[in-house]
Design a protein around this ligand. Structure first.
Ligand code: 5RP
Length: 290
């Protein structure tokens, strides 16, 4: 039995003081359950509402491309600077120390490689995601692909059903097929379809008219970095995306293929969270690269 000695009567009831109103810092998430919000809060910093996700799931399609040949050497030293890690379960279990204490956005679909056409046809069991204590699952959508559009939308839809049972957010990742226009109309369509089907985060690409893509998407958008750019241009990309409403970046090659990956991710972090201009971010990159 609990020790009842010196049990003190409560007398600070704040009578006349309104109960604290609880807002929530993630777009479109105010009505979600507590567990979902807790996971989203691990990804999106409650102070800034933003996130720097480090994407290194490239090997699941491309194999050991430049910058991800050795996860232990190339990626693990960057983990401390990321707000969230995006990778596959194989890499998570084999190569990421379990004590890094970072939220994981798990790449949760598979079925294709650079050697074949898109053939994204399996989604991981939700139980495996739970076992790995992930904070979100990422599912790719091939909007506009006549063969795989329906299949990949169904993948997202099912993942949302399963994620909802355990309060695991689902990130919809908008793939761009070779024949797709990379414009605001396409990314606006693809992002909105992700959100309409229940994604609580959308990953897409920056483009002209990005502010409209963001405005029409009721959940946070994080941008992929895309192909490697000179560092200053990559920081400009982050700056423009954030200023036009992105909630963060989910960047890979522009970090791990940089001449100084640790300096680059810290500069990206400062642009995203501290509103550094691209010039200031680049100066920081140069200082840290020395
Ligand atoms: C592919 C992905 C990748 O993680 C994404 O492209 C991010 O990497 P990068 O910044 O190198 O483009 O989600 O579906």
């Amino acid at each position: 039995m609990a020790d009842l000695d010196d049990l003190r009567e409560g007398n600070e009831f704040g009578l006349g003081v309104e109960a604290t109103a609880q807002g929530f810092h993630v777009k479109g998430a105010a009505n979600l359950p507590w567990g979902m919000k807790d996971r989203l809060s691990r990804i999106f910093n409650p102070k800034t509402g933003r996130a720097v996700m480090l994407a290194f799931d490239h090997g699941f399609i491309m194999g050991p491309t430049s910058g991800v040949e050795r996860i232990d050497l190339n990626i693990v030293p960057l983990v401390e600077y990321a707000d969230c890690l995006m990778c596959t379960r194989g890499i998570l279990q084999s190569s990421i120390p379990a004590n890094v204490n970072k939220p994981i956005c798990l790449r949760s679909d598979a079925g294709t490689s650079i050697l074949t056409e898109l053939n994204d046809n399996v989604v991981m069991d939700i139980e495996d995601a739970i076992r790995m204590n992930v904070s979100a699952m990422a599912i790719m959508l091939a909007i506009g692909d006549p063969t795989f559009e329906a299949k990949t939308i169904a993948n997202l839809y099912k993942a949302v059903d399963r994620g909802s049972r355990y309060n695991i957010p689902i990130m919809g990742v908008t793939a761009v097929g070779k024949q797709m226009e990379r414009d605001a109309r396409y990314f606006g369509l693809a992002s909105r379809i992700c959100a309409e089907n229940g994604a609580t985060i959308v990953k897409t690409y920056y483009c002209d008219g990005f502010d409209k893509v963001v405005a029409a998407c009721p959940v946070p958008i994080v941008i992929a970095g895309g192909k490697k750019l000179p560092e200053k241009e990559a920081l400009e990309l982050c700056y423009k995306a954030i200023n036009e409403g992105a909630a963060g970046v989910d960047m890979g090659r522009n970090v791990f293929q940089s001449t100084s990956p640790a300096a680059m991710i810290q500069a990206v972090h400062a642009v995203v969270h501290d509103n550094l201009t691209p010039d200031q971010g680049y100066e920081m990159f140069m200082d840290l690269s020395e």
